[in-house]
Design a protein around this ligand. Structure first.
Ligand code: ADP
Ligand code: AMP
Length: 219
């Protein structure tokens, strides 16, 4: 068990959300994005959302205790029985350790960590031009992946918007936070022998071909 217990790792803007859509559709596993879950909580003004908001606006990480709690709850859902795709989690060593402990408790372990690697300046251009669907969260880009109709989602017809934390100043901080707190996870998972490094500086199709080769055939 655990072959399809998958993690998408990589800096903000690497293409995790874009590629997650391909993986969930081909492998039939649920897409678990902590960023999407937190943005939902902020929108609905839940107590957790109200706590998370200031960290997200600054481009800092939401405290581990909060994020670990929402992921543990989500992994209890029956749709994760045959696998899952975590996107944006874990982002710190304590989060990775908590995930290992939770999976170990049910006889599972992380099957593959797909580390998408992209040059830093390309990331700034990707994030500042990103547009997201308000309804289904699909990511687009004004130049690199434009929707067929301006500001309208190709997938569901929803309205596209720019995330407040995709401004250049906040993006720079998010990239710094990534280098300091999240990048060390590549080494953490290397020790488990589960990392597949993927060159994210290519077209989305080519990136996905590398990811598919790393994960292997769907069950
Ligand atoms: P992440 O989830 O890692 O933060 P996204 O999937 O939201 O990243 O992608 C960030 C931005 O870059 C989006 O605007 C997306 O359309 C664009 N993008 C994704 N993959 C590529 C690629 N291979 N080449 C160019 N732009 C891309
Ligand atoms: P993302 O959508 O993955 O780019 O995440 C957006 C923001 O949500 C981040 O900048 C953090 O503030 C917060 N966030 C998402 N996932 C996590 C996590 N695993 N740990 C801490 N904060 C997170």
């Amino acid at each position: 068990m655990g072959q399809f217990d998958l993690i998408m790792l990589g800096p903000p803007g690497a293409g995790k959300g874009t590629q997650a859509a391909n993986v969930v559709s081909d492998y039939g596993v649920p897409h678990i994005s902590t960023g999407d879950m937190l943005r939902d909580a902020v929108k609905n003004q839940t107590p957790m959302g109200m706590e998370a908001k200031r960290y997200m606006e600054a481009g800092d990480l939401v405290p581990d205790s909060v994020v670990i709690g929402i992921v543990k709850d989500r992994l209890q859902q029956p749709d994760t029985a045959k696998g899952f795709l975590l996107d944006g989690f874990p982002r710190t060593i304590p989060q990775a350790e908590a995930l290992d402990a939770a999976l170990g408790g049910i006889g599972r372990s992380v099957g593959k960590v797909v580390a998408i690697l992209v040059d830093e300046e390309a990331l700034v251009a990707r994030l500042t031009g990103r547009r997201i669907c308000r309804t289904c969260q699909a990511p687009f880009h004004v130049s690199f992946n434009p929707p067929k109709t301006v500001d309208v989602c190709d997938r569901c017809g929803g309205e596209l918007y720019q995330r407040a934390d995709d401004s250049e100043a906040t993006v720079r901080n998010r990239l710094e936070v990534y280098r300091a707190q999240t990048e060390p996870l590549i080494e953490y998972y290397d020790k488990q022998g589960v990392v597949a490094r993927v060159d994210g500086d290519q077209s989305p199709d080519k990136v996905y071909a590398e990811i598919k080769a790393a994960i292997g055939p769907a069950a």
